[in-house]
Design a protein around this ligand. Structure first.
Ligand code: SAM
Length: 285
């Protein structure tokens, strides 16, 4: 690693993209500590938060701010530092930079310009959440934060209704309830979800169940709406794609009184949908 002082006039510095804890400071790695201690400067989303982290690990490397409103202007400054042989670390407030966090213009520009950009991997809320969700992880689609306005959010979700990969969203405490309700109305209340809250922190909770069930839990315990969330939605079953919520509801109701095949046949006739797809849905419900 290049040292704090630009000891070589010819050697370019390196940009280290450093993941930091998403709550629990014991997740700090030796490599992270070593990197932050040995670069010339740290580009931080919020310098106050990063200084708090640095003081915890006994590092006093100077920081400058790099956030979503100034990151394009800071690119030239980082290029100057690297060109002068000084290495820089890029950190966000928590987790992995660039994952719903600043840093894309910097990394993109430096890579285009031929500078070395290297990761110091570590915590990332999506990966931590998926690793404990018990949902398929062979394919997942990370959608970041949903639109703030309900109309946009519902339209956005409607585009995803037939997606078969596991869907992953970030959500904050003030919108979690509205977000789950919109998912319920678009995906149907029986779609399986997992809500990972406050991962690695004192009140870590991972809830799994149908959208109807999870919304009931949030209603019963207001604490479940507090904190930071990763919401994961089981992808649509490829065999059930195209089934309307109405036909699913009717099939479930009929299946309470009739054999599954008969319930599927009647529903298929009423809605003009495939009997086998409805039967498959009943088997998996
Ligand atoms: N770059 C970060 C990462 O690697 O996870 C994510 C930054 S994004 C601005 C912040 C969002 O990540 C939060 O609103 C929440 O949805 C999610 N998040 C961050 N920390 C979390 C935690 N400890 N538990 C659950 N979700 C978390």
């Amino acid at each position: 690693m290049n040292s704090k002082n630009s000891d070589s006039q010819n050697q370019q510095g390196i940009l280290y993209v450093v993941a930091t804890p998403i709550g629990n400071l014991d997740d700090i790695s030796d490599r992270m500590r070593h990197t932050l201690a040995n670069v010339s400067k740290i580009a931080a989303e919020d310098t106050r938060r990063t200084k708090h982290l640095l003081s915890h690990i006994g590092v006093n490397t100077p920081c400058f701010s790099l956030h979503e409103h100034n990151e394009r202007q800071k690119v030239d400054y980082i290029v100057q530092l690297l060109a002068a042989g000084e290495s820089v670390a890029l950190v966000s407030d928590a987790g992995t930079p660039l994952i719903s966090d600043p840093g894309y213009p910097v990394v993109n520009t430096l890579r285009q310009a031929g500078y070395t950009v290297t990761p110091i991997p570590g915590p990332c809320a999506i990966i931590a959440a998926l690793s404990v969700a018990g949902l398929p992880t062979d394919r997942f689609l990370f959608e970041g934060f949903l639109p703030a306005k309900q109309g946009h959010r519902k339209n956005y979700l409607a585009e995803l209704v037939n997606q078969t990969a596991t869907l992953v969203f970030y959500e904050s405490s003030h919108r979690i309830r509205a977000c789950l309700e919109d998912m319920q109305s678009v995906f149907g209340g029986e779609r399986l979800i997992v809500v990972a809250r406050e991962l690695t922190k004192t009140f870590e909770t991972v809830l799994n169940g149908t959208l109807d069930e999870i919304i009931n839990i949030l209603d019963d315990d207001l604490n479940q709406s507090k904190g930071e969330f990763v919401v994961m939605v089981r992808g649509a079953n490829s065999k059930q794609i195209g089934l309307s919520n109405e036909s699913k509801k009717l099939a479930l109701k009929l299946a309470e009184h009739l054999p599954g095949k008969q319930a599927a046949k009647i529903t298929a006739e009423m809605f003009g949908e495939k009997k086998n797809a409805i039967y498959q849905f009943l088997l998996e419900s």
